[in-house]
Design a protein around this ligand. Structure first.
Ligand code: DAH
Length: 355
């Protein structure tokens, strides 16, 4: 506060003990008034102001109290006039205090806090996560091939994650060590029992709810208790595709995957199909693409197993289907030259800023 500019008690105007005559008292009142008003003006915060109030208007002690004591010494003849002056000074200082209190409580005008002459800097905008960009691109490409984009739940029951997909009870893929099962309290009666280990669950959910023809893709998270390293994570993303209708063939599957790979990776890519096995497809294939001088594994695919069509109430004599499941991280890593899958989940801005 501005105590530097204010008179200290020592020079106010001189010691009150010296005040003897009525004239002296009038002078002391004027000095008090002047010092109080300038202290109020110098106060720049509510805390400052409170200190000034205590010093000049304090009820128990303070300068006004001292002056009041002096009033007792005033001659009977001057008492009414000096008393009146005392009250006027007191009221004046009180009013000035209140005015200053209100002034300091007012918010400062913003315009005065901003220096409009300082040159601007461009804002640092966020980036869309590379995986999110890839999801959008995959969905967009597949939508252009006529595939509807659908979603499915990440918490699943065993029917959708295994049974309806022709994965029997004793299949190693159902091992508790291979899956994130929920605690016993959540088990049974079609309630969710695990974090889905594959997006193939969405095939079942879609087929249960509608009749062919079906042409869908679904992009989402899957969970597996893998040991985390540069190429494995216990959560990653897949794109599932399913097409069912009267004349769906393996040739159609190959065409769709070839078109997809060349649209995403660019150019006339060479796609290869290797015989494989999945419980829910027959025949099953593993799909690779030749890219930058090596074979890149795209994922699994095949013709939907008749048992799966039956499990959802379709007649395998009337309709056939193909399905595929692609790991998304791997695509994104290849395309951008990312060598460690963990980078995707660390949220390090130095990594994220590059996309
Ligand atoms: N669900 C399989 C997995 O996670 C991938 C897969 C293979 C999906 C063949 C399919 C398919 O739709 O037909 O390993």
């Amino acid at each position: 506060m501005g105590s530097q500019t204010r008179s200290t008690p020592g020079d106010f105007p001189r010691s009150l003990a010296d005040v003897a005559t009525d004239m002296d008292i009038l002078q002391a009142l004027s000095d008090y008034e002047q010092a109080a008003l300038s202290a109020l003006q110098d106060a720049t915060s509510a805390t400052d102001l409170e200190q000034v109030r205590i010093e000049f208007l304090g009820k128990k002690q303070g300068r006004l109290k001292d002056l009041q004591t002096l009033l007792g010494k005033v001659s009977a003849e001057d008492r009414p006039a000096i008393g009146k002056r005392f009250n006027a000074v007191k009221d004046g200082v009180t009013t000035a205090l209140e005015a200053r209190q209100q002034e300091l409580a007012k918010p400062k005008r913003l315009a005065s806090a901003i220096d409009v002459t300082v040159p601007g800097t461009s804002p640092r905008l966020g980036k869309i996560h590379p995986l999110t960009q890839t999801f959008a691109e995959f969905k967009d490409l597949m939508a252009r091939f006529g595939f509807e984009v659908v979603d499915g739940p990440e918490l699943e029951d065993e029917r959708h994650n295994f049974e309806a997909l022709n994965i029997p009870d004793d299949h190693p893929a159902r091992d508790p060590l291979e899956n994130f099962y929920l605690s016993a309290a959540c088990l049974g009666n079609g309630e969710p029992t695990l974090l889905r280990s594959q997006t193939s669950t969405v095939q079942i959910r879609v087929m249960e709810g509608r009749q062919p023809p079906i042409r869908i893709v679904s992009v989402g998270r899957v969970y597996r208790p893998d040991t985390i390293d540069a190429t494995h994570s216990c959560m990653f993303h897949q794109m599932e595709g399913l097409m069912v209708g009267p004349d769906v063939t393996m040739a159609g599957l190959k065409t769709v995957l070839r078109l997809f790979a060349s649209a995403y990776l660019g150019g006339d890519v060479h796609v290869r199909f290797r015989p494989s096995f999945f419980p829910f497809t027959e025949p099953s294939v593993e799909v690779d693409v030749w890219w930058r001088d090596r074979w890149l594994e795209l994922g699994g695919a095949g013709m939907v197993d008749p048992n799966v069509l039956q499990a959802v109430g379709y007649d395998p004599e009337q309709v056939s289907g193909f399905a595929f499941g692609l790991g998304i991280e791997r695509f994104c890593m290849m395309r951008h030259g990312i060598t460690d899958i963990r980078r995707f989940y660390e949220n390090d801005v130095r990594f994220l800023e590059q996309f």
